[in-house]
Design a protein around this ligand. Structure first.
Ligand code: ATP
Ligand code: MG
Length: 213
């Protein structure tokens, strides 16, 4: 049997601290000499980054919910085939900023597409690939959005605010979706209170990851 690596994903609403905490975890793992593949959804691979541009551009407000979901999965299929599956087969640790739980929360709960549909597409796009451990950074959407907006105001990057610009009820449904997923799979999906300090959140994440790596 092929030796299989370990797959960790970061999940949570906009601005909860996924990217920040993932960088801290990567630094920690690499400082211990671990071989880690870092990826992100949407994005990750070069082809995925082109799809990401369509998904997050606030000019694309006409993007239909099903088209949106298929683009997320197109991106993920590329990521799985090009990067994630080979890395896991080589015994590496894979860390991804978002994965299919995001689609379940945002497109399933947020947009009202059924979880069955999302899971069917996951099976096509990702086949057997699912995170072994998911870090869910739980935060009320007001705090999360305030953090994301402050960050966007400071940064000079491309406009990626299409999801952040959704109505309040959308973000509330997304959070309820995440909490339901975490309640259904408490072993895989570990919930951490993201309102804590950076250091406290990082320590809680390390306590979850360390026994596995
Ligand atoms: N625990 C924290 N306390 C205070 N500020 C934080 C905390 N964690 C992250 N931040 C800040 O909040 C902002 C958003 O963090 P980050 O970009 O990591 O969130 P994200 O979950 O990746 O957002 P997105 O969903 O938009 O990708 C950043 O400016 C970051 O420095
Ligand atoms: Mg981020």
């Amino acid at each position: 049997m092929t030796k299989r690596g370990f797959f960790v994903s970061f999940e949570g609403g906009d601005g909860c601290g996924k990217t920040t905490q993932m960088r801290l975890l990567l630094e920690r793992l690499r400082s211990q000499g671990k071989d880690v593949l870092e990826t992100a959804e949407p994005g990750g691979t070069p082809i995925g980054r082109q799809i990401r541009r369509i998904l997050l551009d606030s000019a694309n407000d006409a993007l239909s919910p099903r088209a949106e979901m298929l683009l997320y999965f197109a991106c993920r299929a590329q990521n799985v085939d090009e990067w994630i599956r080979p890395a896991l087969a080589a015994g590496r640790i894979v860390v991804s900023d978002r994965f299919t739980d995001s689609t379940l929360a945002y497109q399933g709960e947020g947009r009202g597409l059924t979880a069955e549909l999302v899971r069917e597409l996951h099976a096509i796009a990702c086949q057997e690939i699912l995170p072994d451990l998911t870090i869910y950074l739980d935060i009320d959407y007001r705090t999360g959005l305030a953090r994301a907006r402050a960050r966007n105001a400071e940064q000079d990057g491309p406009d990626e605010s299409r999801m952040e610009a959704q109505a309040e009820e959308f973000h509330e449904r997304v959070r309820r979706g995440y909490l339901a997923l975490a309640a259904a799979e408490p072993e895989r999906i570990r919930t951490i209170d993201a309102r804590q300090s950076l250091e406290a959140v990082a320590a809680a994440i390390w306590a979850e990851v360390q026994p596995h790596v």
